[in-house]
Design a protein around this ligand. Structure first.
Ligand SMILES: CC(C)(COP(=O)(O)OP(=O)(O)OC[C@H]1O[C@@H](n2cnc3c(N)ncnc32)[C@H](O)[C@@H]1OP(=O)(O)O)[C@@H](O)C(=O)NCCC(=O)NCCS
Length: 150
């Protein structure tokens, strides 16, 4: 049995919050997660063993999608779940009319950059001092992936 992709619900938020806190230097607070659930498309990946393995938030503007956040439970990383989550949610959104994806990623986040490149994302530009963090500001790579036919 493979992992299951489904829409996030409010009942998922405690687990999503736990993963978020262990995944980013400046994690979103619960309020930010609640607002994103209401305002954006939100997904969770449930493993074959029934664990909430990871989540993602996607902001949509017409045929554009912006990947706002994605994370896999630290204890489940390196097993292909991140790629499965992103590939499957991109398929879902493609079927719903999305033709181009954008995202920002910390320049130091080699794991995420490699994941995105493996799914066809290319570097567009650098956003200087985009991220705050405990160690000061950090630049972001702006990456894009075209999934449309045109
Ligand atoms: C980025 C993240 C979602 C990847 O999830 P994952 O389940 O560990 O990734 P996968 O096992 O699916 O690996 C997919 C690809 O990612 C890259 N990758 C994953 N972990 C890596 C690591 N530690 N170092 C380098 N590349 C890595 C590889 O290209 C890998 O493909 P390969 O196994 O064929 O080499 C996960 O590390 C995570 O949650 N990080 C913290 C949150 C985060 O940084 N999110 C991105 C914000 S922009």
């Amino acid at each position: 049995m493979s992992a299951l992709l489904r829409r996030m619900t409010a009942a998922d938020l405690p687990e999503v919050f736990r993963i978020e806190q262990t995944s980013h230097p400046s994690p979103w607070p619960m309020k930010g997660l609640q607002e994103s659930l209401q305002q954006h498309h939100a997904y969770v990946l449930v493993t074959a063993a029934g664990e909430l393995g990871g989540f993602a938030f996607v902001q949509r503007i017409l045929d554009e999608a912006h990947l706002l956040d994605i994370a896999i439970d630290p204890s489940l990383r390196g097993q292909g779940l991140g790629r499965e989550l992103l590939r499957r949610l991109m398929d879902e959104e493609l079927a719903d009319g999305i033709s181009i994806w954008f995202l920002e990623v910390r320049v130091s986040n080699q794991a995420a950059i490699s994941l995105y490149q493996s799914l066809g994302y290319n570097e567009l530009s650098i956003r200087r001092n985009y991220y705050d963090g405990p160690d000061g500001k950090e630049d972001a790579l702006l990456m894009a992936c075209s999934t449309g036919l045109g």
